[in-house]
Design a protein around this ligand. Structure first.
Ligand SMILES: Nc1ncnc2c1ncn2[C@@H]1O[C@H](COP(=O)(O)OP(=O)(O)O)[C@@H](O)[C@H]1O
Ligand SMILES: [Mg+2]
Length: 235
């Protein structure tokens, strides 16, 4: 079976600074796959490479079997890949509802995700529908960013460190919500530093170190290997 996404041996650099050295990974439809690794190992760069924000200089990004490496980001998004960046770029001047409405209009294609449907998933956003984005807490902004990306009706959701900088209780809420998306059948690639958070959600895991994959396997396999966890993640 063709994986939904297959990244094949990509090399990516920022100018002369090389960051990824032959990263390969696969995601089947319906899977939740985690890209784990410490700060600075190349998780965000891998996602940026997939999205076309920092195109790889070598290798392929196969989306449903078609090579999309080097496509412009908006074109990648239109094929069905939604990216939730780590810096949560919401419109600070627009209300929660307006942020979602703008995203729905921009998507332009028939979506199973309506404002009402994302309010069902994140009831807290319904309660805050008239509040401006700039006045939300970090956790609320993260939920709005995810909700806004869902409005584009992605077949694959790339989540870049969603738990970063959030209080433990908020992280737990977020974990439950991402779990609900997974249960609904959404395919997810999750970049994380947090081992507990990601292993609770992921079916399979890739561990990145210095721009290369050092481990790939079942989440349970990594969880059981304390020495490997310590070596790769200082956990
Ligand atoms: N825009 C950039 N220009 C130059 N170097 C960058 C840029 N973004 C990230 N890097 C470098 O690339 C490496 C990997 O970064 P990144 O992919 O953000 O890692 P992670 O998401 O795992 O923390 C780091 O050494 C970082 O300093
Ligand atoms: Mg990052």
């Amino acid at each position: 079976m063709t994986p939904l996404l297959a990244v094949e041996d990509i090399h990516t650099a920022y100018g002369l600074s090389r960051v990824l050295f032959g990263v390969s990974l696969e995601i089947a439809a319906g899977e939740c796959v985690c890209l784990l690794g410490r700060n600075g190992v190349g998780k965000t760069t891998t996602m940026r490479s997939i999205m076309g924000l920092t195109p790889p200089s070598r290798g392929r990004v196969l989306w449903q079997g078609r090579d999309i490496a080097g496509w412009a980001p908006h074109r990648v998004a239109r094929t069905g890949i939604g990216f939730v960046p780590e810096d949560r770029r919401i419109f600070a001047e627009l209300t929660v509802w307006e942020n979602l409405d703008v995203a729905g209009r921009a998507a332009g294609r028939r979506s199973r995700w309506t404002v009402e449907a994302v309010f069902e998933l994140f009831p807290v956003l319904r309660a805050l529908r008239d509040r401006r984005g700039g006045f939300l807490s970090g956790g609320e902004q993260q939920m709005l960013t995810i909700a806004r990306t869902l409005m584009g009706n992605p077949d694959l959701l790339l989540l870049d460190e969603p738990s970063e900088g959030l209080a433990p209780l908020v992280v737990e809420t977020l974990r439950v919500k991402i779990g609900e998306l997974k249960t609904q059948g959404l395919t997810i690639l999750l970049a994380e530093q947090g081992v507990d958070f990601s292993l609770a959600l992921a079916d399979r895991v890739y561990v990145l170190e210095k721009g290369a994959i050092r481990f790939s396997g079942a989440a349970a396999e990594l969880r059981a290997d304390k020495a490997l966890l310590h070596r790769l993640l200082s956990f």
